[in-house]
Design a protein around this ligand. Sequence first.
Ligand code: GUN
Length: 281
Amino acid sequence: MTAQLINGNELSTQLRADVARRAAALKVKGITPGLAVVLVGDNPASQVYVRNKVKACADSGLHSVMEKHPADMSEAALLALVEKLNNDPTIHGILVQLPLPVHMDAQKVIEAIAPEKDVDGFHVASAGALMVGRPGFWPCTPYGCMKMLESIGYSLKGKHAVVIGRSNIVGKPMALMLLQQNATVTICHSGTKDLKAQTLQADVIVAAVGKRNVLTADMVKPGAVVIDVGMNRNDEGKLCGDVDFDGVSKVASYITPVPGGVGPMTITMLLVNTLEAAERV
Ligand code: GUN
């Protein structure tokens, strides 16, 4: 292995310590940053994510409330809950865990969240703010990737960044953030004809597809920086990313591991967004 690891656990520890310091400073002024986490149904993965988010809040001195509701909750009842949280002064951030049950229109529910409490950054107002470079909340996963690049002192100016994946949650906002830092950005997706031809041009590659071995060593220019957003299981049931870590780490200059890379950063940036929502009040 020649690549250096960008350790998401270490960076998270540093950033969460800063969140805890700033939360303590707000408390002196009588404000405790508060996050509401809404879970509808019993998706096992969602239950784990939500538990981790609530625990992370407690560890950093943030107040959190967990709103757990059955899968047959009506959309109207969920919208009413969101409205109640919008009007609750002890709550500064609202997160509705996705996916929602199929009888609900997830985007409609997200649009019901007050943009100033949209700490997930999924509201169209947040997406629009990112697009035009105005203040607003950035989606936590790509925001965490940017912090990882910042942590190695990497300047994106004039660099070629290739994002693999075009989701609203990761790929598209990731591309906009890289663009904002003056990278030349290419977005690749399932319709891309020759992915390898694109990635071989890249100084930075962000893989966010949700499929193992999307990026292999032969697709990476020596010295490139590789960020792996994937969360998959291999044949032995072990957690792995979208990147063939063993191969790519012999070619890249920096690489993020899975686990211990982007994963912890996503929750960290949720804490940062919630704290900032409280600081903006
Ligand atoms: N489901 C998977 N990831 C996320 C996330 O970051 N936020 C929400 N709300 N739901 C998710």
